[in-house]
Design a protein around this ligand. Sequence first.
Ligand code: DX5
Ligand code: ZN
Length: 216
Amino acid sequence: MIQIAPSLLAADFLNLGDAVRMVNDYADLYHLDVMDGVFVPNISYGFPVIQAISAKATKPMDVHLMITDPIKYAARFARIPRVEMVSFHLNAAEDPAAVLAEIKAEGCKAGLVINPDIAVERLYPYLPLCDFVLIMGVFAGFGGQKFIEETVDRVAQLKRKADELGLENLEIEVDGGVSPSNSSALIKAGATILVAGTAVFKAESPAEVISAMKSL
Ligand code: DX5
Ligand code: ZN
């Protein structure tokens, strides 16, 4: 099953209620980008905004942490009602295995994220500990960037390794620059969760874009 996770970073923050209704009606997951201004050169939103969305969400929430020292906050995000997935960047954590364990202890799915300049091989030791992996299609920090085409091969490489290790339940999520122009290549390569901010929220018909991205 392919799931589409609109990134609320591209929503109209003065009309967040409209964005929430759209995701509830047409999408599968909420993708929520938390940036601390240290791990990435940008600051987005945090607990109060995610809690407000949680109160109205009828779909599960996927929190993508772009913060240093994720061990400090991962469990707190995981405890927010309806948050079912929490991910953090491999190179942001001193002990990635410990952060994955904290997230799982809160009953959430735990995921590792890599930017385009981090070799897929660096994930291998942690794959058996992950429920999902997020492969960035752009450098984390900003919405609206151009998709890096090599991402498709990186997804395929990860999928091959997961199959080799017998990890048939490992989900592969792709985030950044995803749109109907690359979604089918990503799905064929093995992605099962597609995040899209600009492509969905800046579209005339977000519902149509969501359904287009699910088709091969
Ligand atoms: C980027 C974020 C993405 C971003 C995606 O750092 O992790 O989730 O919002 O936005 P688009 O789809 O516009 O690239
Ligand atoms: Zn994201």
